[in-house]
Design a protein around this ligand. Sequence first.
Ligand SMILES: O=C(O)C1=C[C@@H](OP(=O)(O)O)[C@@H](O)[C@H](O)C1
Ligand SMILES: C=C(OP(=O)(O)O)C(=O)O
Length: 432
Amino acid sequence: MTDRKLQTAVQGVRGRLEVPGDKSISHRAVMLGSIADGDTYIKGILDSDDVRSTLGAMADMGVESEWYDQDVIVHGRPLTALQEPSHPLNMGNSGTSTRLLMGLLANQPFPITYSGDASLSTRPLGRVIDPLGKMGARYVATNQRLPATKVPTQGLQGIHYRLPVASAQVKSALILAGLQAEGQTVITEPLATRDHTERMLQQFGVTITRDGQDIIVNPTTKLHATTIQVPGDISSAAFWLIAGLIVPNSQLTLTKVGINDTRIGILRLLQRMGAVITMANVVADGGEPYADLTVTTQGLQGIHINGDDVPTAVDEIPLLVLAATQALGDTVITGAQELHVKETDRIATVTTQLNKLGANIEAREDGFVVHGGTPLRVAEPTVVDSCGDHRIGMMLAIAALITDGEVTLAKAEAVSVSYPSFFADLERVVAE
Ligand SMILES: O=C(O)C1=C[C@@H](OP(=O)(O)O)[C@@H](O)[C@H](O)C1
Ligand SMILES: C=C(OP(=O)(O)O)C(=O)O
């Protein structure tokens, strides 16, 4: 467990950063490359604990891959040629690895056990176990939590399923199982969630169609190996966007950041708060679109955020709460109950940890009331805690930049789940 003294009351954040590759896209590239008919080149893959969990699980089933600097080559093999793992697949801290693999591997003829760390072992799996069960897959899991074991069954059948929660992980698990099922699978999303699985399947030669809120999957397991260019992770860029907005005298450019419409809710919400973030050098050439984003210090105003706004900004809500502490007026966030079941209960951890720095946030069952215009300061040296949640740790490090006083972050190592070079990048942009 690493305690880290945070930089506080800094004079500005300035410069250019190329944030690491997108975590969601990196997981999917490893999974789809693993079952494609040749070598898949994953350029700019995120090298982090979570992506290593996915790579490790595929290696445990016989898929070989090699690192070349920031790229990985995955030597694909047919789904039918995966080997029975000799031990439980270790999912570490990664919800995405767990839920997507439970769909991808739902039709394997051997048992597979999944395990994870203490945080992941509290997160709900019923959302994938139930619909996969309707397709004919059987998972044994006490209380629908890890550890979970897939028991071999006789094939999968397509289903029509309406997602009870807007979740890209559940949608993706069902798409990946649907590819191996008999008959069509139709998944209805209550609200659009990130569509990286659908887009990437297209790059591997498989077409998934969308009709309104329905996603239609026709069975095929023929994936053609390809090259995937992973853009920068907007969820990582978001830390710098918020820093650039709230730290006085700042100007930051984040290069080659993914701007998929289903991920840029943070940009739309910041715009509603009055921020102007400029976009340049847009590339949209068939894969995932990306662009350079520039931000400068700006005044913000409080807004109302409701459930419709949440899915495309779900991992950025902790940062929006921080931004809202500095806005004019109150910000009310509703419909964000999914935050209870992330790496921590993020409604609780955001509220307790930011309030230690002088924020005035009320936790609500499905969100927050954030009272704006609250200068952050501590009267005595204060320890804030990531609680083992990477996004909470990084958000607190950004909050410290505008805090008067001495602040230490407990369990700072959590950042390596999605952004191992976060503190190195922080040092690069803090003005001397
Ligand atoms: O599909 C994905 O890659 C993800 C989906 C989201 O989770 P849910 O599907 O649980 O909303 C998000 O919070 C997570 O960080 C990554
Ligand atoms: C919720 C997250 O990831 P996962 O669900 O993959 O653990 C996240 O990265 O914020």
